[in-house]
Design a protein around this ligand. Structure first.
Ligand code: CUA
Length: 157
């Protein structure tokens, strides 16, 4: 009888752990500010970005009163545009793609972070408040110049 009770306990614990794990994974995928590769849109041709409506001219566009869209290209070894200039107190959706290999798009000091995969468009939406300057870093190893691949985001008033 003793052993039987323990087995039940362990079974309950295992199931609990599995459920907790599933909960963590699900939360991670939908959590605030976390952009996974799964958040991507239809594929594009990384070798033909100069013919792409959104990425031929990397830029920031106003799409609403306080809403902006930024089309960003990552390539060995930098980001375009650089700096990315956005107004304070606005919501900015970044659409980021790569012209060559896998890069990272991490806004230093924030939880805004996306993997940038050639052929895919990563989407990440952030709210910016005070005027401030943020560093943009590539956190995926992308070649000899990886450690110098960086950019800037200027939040201006
Ligand atoms: Cu781009 Cu590391």
């Amino acid at each position: 009888m003793h052993i039987h009770a323990y087995e039940k306990l362990w079974l309950a614990l295992s199931i609990g752990l599995i459920l907790a794990l599933i909960g963590t994974v699900t939360y991670g995928a939908v959590g605030p500010g976390v952009a996974m590769v799964a958040d991507t849109q239809p594929t594009i041709d990384p070798t033909a970005l100069d013919e792409d409506e959104r990425f031929s001219e990397p830029r920031v566009e106003q799409v609403g009163e306080n809403e902006y869209e930024a089309y960003v290209v990552a390539r060995q070894f930098g980001f375009q545009p650089d700096p990315i200039v956005v107004p304070a107190n606005s919501t900015v959706t970044f659409y980021i793609t790569s012209a060559d290999v896998i890069h990272g798009f991490e806004v230093a000091g924030t939880n805004a972070n996306a993997m940038v995969v050639p052929g895919e468009v990563s989407e990440i939406t952030v709210k910016v408040e005070e005027p401030q300057e943020y560093g943009l870093i590539c956190n995926e190893y992308c070649g000899a110049g990886h450690h110098v691949m960086e950019g800037k985001i200027h939040v201006v008033s």
